[in-house]
Design a binder for this molecule. Structure first.
Ligand code: ATP
Length: 244
């Protein structure tokens, strides 16, 4: 379970998020949607420890990763947060283009590099999950299609067995066929028991595959609810998301 409570994050004087609270229960896909600049990427980066928190807290199960709770301050650096159950697939995928698929996966397993057997088992698991990556394991990641790079970025994060997987705009820049492939993959991950916080510009698609959703506007959660209800509310989608 991921819980974000009363989170405020600022760039200089300007708050990018104000008192944002959300929760991702185990086994769920939760969508975070909103227009450009709403603060979605900022929230994911704050959860992963890539941005400092001004107030509020980020918690995984019973462990507070960052922020302040009940008067105690917590400050876990990003590299430790990876080992504590947060997998982050960044916007634009950011695979290591001049390294092979296999080397990208090995880098994803950096924290378990000394346990060769475990690393090998985890890599085999990811190759089973994404057979396309097995076929291309000796290929440079930069030569993969955008959709395949997205699979690689997911597999690289999944190697560490995260309690929650953060996906930042996985459909961005992909051809329609690959958008569908990526959305199907996210649903498959859920069936395999992976817990997901999904940031997506494609609001309708995000609502179609998620259990619960939050709409972010100018750093505030303005609407939240079960995705099945929100997706049948065209006025809401038009008002807050500007799409139909
Ligand atoms: P997008 O879909 O465009 O990535 P987003 O919802 O993810 O949008 P953020 O990238 O989190 O939004 O940005 C939230 C706000 O913070 C925006 O007003 C943005 O201009 C501002 N912002 C983001 N990064 C920085 C930064 N490094 N320095 C200053 N302001 C920033």
């Amino acid at each position: 379970m991921l819980a974000v409570s009363d989170l405020t994050v600022s760039y200089g004087q300007a708050n990018a998020l104000q008192n944002v609270s959300l929760r991702v229960d185990d086994g769920q896909i939760v969508a975070l949607i909103g227009r450009n600049g709403a603060g979605k990427t900022t929230l994911l980066k704050a959860v992963s420890g890539l941005l400092p928190i001004r107030s509020g807290s980020v918690q995984i199960d019973d462990t507070i990763l960052n922020g302040t709770k009940d008067g105690t301050a917590y400050n876990t650096p990003a590299h430790k947060i990876i080992g504590m159950g947060v997998g982050h697939v960044p916007q634009g995928r950011q695979v290591f283009s001049d390294q092979t698929v296999e080397d990208n996966l090995i880098l994803g397993g950096y924290l378990i590099r000394n346990n060769k057997q475990l690393l090998q088992e985890r890599m085999e698991r990811e190759y089973n999950r994404f057979p396309r990556l097995l076929e291309r394991r000796k290929q440079l990641a930069g030569t993969l299609s955008g959709g395949e790079q997205q699979m690689l970025a997911m597999a690289r994060a999944l190697i560490m067995d995260p309690k929650v997987l953060l996906l930042d705009e996985p459909s961005m820049g992909l051809a329609p066929l690959y958008v569908k492939l990526v959305l199907d993959t996210i649903l498959d991950l859920k069936k395999q028991g992976v817990t997901i916080l999904l940031v997506e510009q494609l609001a309708t698609a995000a609502l179609a595959i998620s259990d619960y959703a939050y709409v972010l506007q100018n750093g505030d959660i303005v609407i939240e609810g079960e995705s099945s209800k929100l997706r049948n509310d065209p006025a809401l989608i038009q008002t807050y998301l500007g799409v139909s």
